[in-house]
Design a protein around this ligand. Structure first.
Ligand code: FAD
Length: 484
């Protein structure tokens, strides 16, 4: 019999002494992105019965639309290429970008396990990566691998296949509505809404699912939740576009807060500096900006025609610098840079997000940049490349970079968009959720973007996938080690 749940007027949390459950599993994972699917794989491989609950009609979350870039330090490929890297260096890079407010133990876990988890994705999941390594802003060395198809879908597909082989169900249109706890406060299950429709979230029909061992919360970030994000950072209103899916909302995070999970860094919200105001969402511009302009080219203030930042700085430094200019800035590269980067920029050109110019003066006139000033900037920038040193902005000069003197020139407008939420609920290195008193919430684990602390004030590019896989594995294994 279903006991009358104790529901206080202030919370929607069920506290039930001896509930009637509609279904029971050992481990219930909420969210079918990188973190949740990884946790489900590990929990299942540890012998637990597992179900993954996903509110949308399709799995994948933001993970499936990501570029599939994953950072790993001290890998065989780096060694082959003579790149000296280590978990210590990656840890130092992440802390520096995060302005030192990252939780050091979590950062270390990610950096230390980065090579191992990358190899796991190759050996166990069967993910294939492009035969290249990239150095994104804020990383001291090239350590970023990119999944083939340049898409997180490559990784998600492999994870789904594994879960199918393991017999783990991914139940779609099933939305977490609240946690069920026993009278000792242990999370014993979840209240969910089936047949969930984002356009009609108020539909009734809750069911109670028991988690005999634990629940793993992996519901991602809240970059698509204008109300929640603009409370944390009032600048981030609906006027600022986002690269996130509309499903990246905060309701599951809020449910965790309702049961006293400790919030961490909620107002630290990352703006992607490589996005274009000439298209909606993530689009095709970031690939040109991140892989071509920032690595091989330069960015200028259209009013002055001058550079204004180290283009290989971390995302926060870059986005803040563009916002300080106050209008879209212009990222510039040439034919040699495009060839050197190895990227096909046709889609950007087709969508007119990236533009091609035979002469620098045409580029200047198109964007309203003073042509003489731009010519002076270009010559100065080219000297930096030749001399392998940038006295103006200390941009690390990539060894293969060449002076921008091979027309046609390519350019795009740069304007930041909401991309990633560094904040979330606190976890410890075992993936256990921590409450307001600094104690673990029994029966509750979390992983991925719903957690806070790993990235501090600024996440470095390609470190989110590493984090999701590292903490997804940890949370899944430890959840399945709880007593049933
Ligand atoms: C366009 C784009 C490109 C990116 N590229 C990269 C990259 O190349 N490298 C990198 O490291 N990072 C990248 N990132 C960031 C990275 O992809 C994300 O941080 C990461 O995928 C988050 O994974 P996750 O599993 O935590 O959440 P998600 O993948 O977002 O999955 C969370 C899932 O939980 C579901 N959910 C939410 N609430 C509920 C609920 N109440 N009930 C049930 N289910 C719920 C969501 O629908 C979603 O499917 C990118 C992000 C974007 C948006």
């Amino acid at each position: 019999m279903l006991e009358a749940p104790i529901i206080s007027t202030h919370t929607r949390v069920h506290e039930i002494a001896e509930p009637y459950w509609d279904e029971a599993y050992d481990v219930i994972v909420i969210g079918a992105g990188f973190a949740g699917l990884t946790a489900a794989i590990e929990a299942s491989n540890s012998g637990a019965s597992v179900v993954v609950l996903e509110k949308m009609r399709a799995p994948g979350g933001n993970s499936i639309i990501s570029d599939g870039g994953i950072a790993a330090a001290g890998t065989p490929m780096q060694q082959r290429l003579g790149i000296e890297d280590s978990p210590q260096l990656m840890y130092a890079d992440m802390l520096r970008a995060g302005l030192g407010i990252n939780h050091p133990d979590l950062v270390w876990e990610v950096a230390f396990r980065s090579a191992e988890v990358f190899q796991w994705s190759v050996d166990y999941l069967g993910v294939q990566y492009l035969d290249r390594l990239d150095q994104f802003g804020g990383h001291s060395v090239a350590r970023c691998f990119t999944a083939v198809e340049v898409s997180g879908a490559t990784i998600i597909r492999r994870q789904m296949e594994k879960l199918r082989d393991l017999g783990v169900e991914i139940r779609l249109q099933t939305s977490l509505q609240g946690f069920v706890r026993d009278t000792d406060g242990r999370v014993t299950g979840v209240r969910v809404q089936e047949d969930f429709e984002p356009s009609h979230p108020e539909v009734e029909g809750d069911r109670l699912l028991q988690a005999r061992m634990a629940v793993v919360l992996a519901t991602g970030g809240f970059g698509g939740d204008v109300r929640f994000r603009s409370v944390q950072d009032p600048r981030l209103t609906a006027d600022i576009d986002t690269t996130n899916k509309t499903s990246a909302t905060a309701e599951a995070l809020i449910e965790a807060l309702r049961i006293n999970a400790m919030p961490v860094h909620l107002s630290h919200i990352q703006l992607g500096p490589w996005s274009s105001p000439d298209e909606k969402g993530f689009g095709v511009g970031p690939r040109f900006a991140d892989y071509v302009v920032f690595q091989y080219g330069m960015a200028v203030n259209p009013d002055t025609g001058r550079r204004f930042v180290n283009e290989l700085a971390d995302r926060k430094t870059l986005a803040d610098a563009i916002l300080a200019v106050g209008k879209p800035c212009i990222g510039i590269a040439d034919a040699h840079a495009v060839a050197q980067s190895g990227w096909n920029i046709e889609r950007g050109l087709e969508k007119k997000v990236v533009r091609e110019f035979d002469e620098l003066s045409q580029l200047a006139s198109h964007y309203g940049i003073p042509a003489d000033a731009l010519q002076v900037t270009l010559e100065r920038f080219n000297r930096c490349i030749e001399e392998q040193a940038d006295p103006d902005y200390a941009k690390p000069v990539i060894a293969e970079a060449a002076p921008l003197s091979h027309p046609p020139y390519y350019a795009m407008r740069l304007w930041p968009k909401v991309h990633f939420t560094m904040g979330g609920i606190q976890i410890d290195v075992r993936g256990r959720v921590i409450d307001l008193n600094g104690k673990t919430i029994a029966g509750l684990y979390a992983a991925g973007e719903v957690t806070g602390g790993v990235h501090g004030a600024c996440r470095l590019g390609s470190c989110a996938i590493t984090e999701c896989l590292v903490f997804g594995r940890i949370a899944g294994r430890n959840a399945a080690a709880e007593p049933a």
